[in-house]
Design a protein around this ligand. Sequence first.
Ligand SMILES: [Fe+2]
Length: 432
Amino acid sequence: MIKTISVQQLKVGMYIEDLGISWLRHPFARARWLIKSQEEIKKIKQCGLSSIKIDTIKGIGVDPPTADQLQPPAISLATTTPLPKGAEPEELTAESLAALADTVSVQDEIIQVARVYNEFLIRTRTFFSQVQLGLPINLDEISSDLDELIKSVFRNRYAASALVKLKTFDEYTYTHSVNVCVLALTLGRFLNLPLPKLKALGIGGLFHDLGKIAISKKIVNKPGPLTVDELREIQKHPYLSAKLLKTSDQVSREVIECALLHHERYCGQGYPQGLRSNEIPLSAQIIGLADVYDAMTSDRVYRKKFSQHETLKTMYAARGEEFDPILVSHLVKCLGVYPVGSLVHLNTGEKGLVMDINDNDLIKPKILLIDQPGDVTRNGPQVFDLVNQPEKKSNEVRRIVGVDAPGKWNIDPARYLLDHHSFKPAVAFAPS
Ligand SMILES: [Fe+2]
């Protein structure tokens, strides 16, 4: 039973059903979970909430618990509540996707896809644990989440890839797997790949590193450089991923190739087979690009993340060596030269947050001016379209002159991207 209680009544053993705030505004990786420590309660209290929804069937209630209630609920992918009859989701088709194409704004879609992403992350973690325990791979358990992500990249081509860079989690393995899935779907949609190929890309992205579960965590999570032996060990993971995936008759050959060949490189210097250029299947090349992009734009124990722009620049510079030159140009076009969420400097001395991309002019996105010279509160935060600027002398036209690494400014891009409805258009605003 769902019950609203005061935050002061929270106890270990309660099952959080709804915090009542956006997923991007709290520090937890899950939207619903069983409280297992006082530390979690402390973090919830720090969110400044007054009340909260709990599920007294999945966890204890405010009354003294019975012995039965103290038993933690079993975690199983099969425990999701069945939909009422007649409410089953419609099957995804090329036609239904075409009808969704570019129908939702980037900010509205970020809010919509955040919930799907969060659920998918929980499911992926459980999935990996089950495979580690030797349970069979069952793709039915992830197919509806995958369909939802595919729909999202059709509703808006920039939102899902922006979202995955807005929030960071401690559990790199699962986050990275879901992020690579999202980024591969984004690039796949940009390339107009057919639906079966998109599905293979999504599954391939999710499981490309599955084989790492069979490698010592000490090596996988080592914060420093690897020894030669450790490197040899880690380089077995594409083969181990493919071996695990082959145990399921639901997994296609294309997905297995994504896992086996995602570390192959255009010039032939990758592994495990040293394949070159078009010897590497397109889907494996896409997973390879998504893998590198997400790794470089994520914080690791041994280094801070690079900005999305800096990462694209580095990857573009490696075209013809590491990556297919055409495919890497498509990646830049697909995400934007300054992807949504980038923190940029303008020639006017102002700073801005990229809110949306202009498809026809990638170096002139729509930005939110968040640090104007002079009176910063005079006009409040405003969205400015770098394409639609009033006629001015060339030195007065706003343009981007630099990008900062995330974290350098003391702002939370997620807060600005989600509060966009309160911002005014700023086409008439002139630099001071
Ligand atoms: Fe890998």
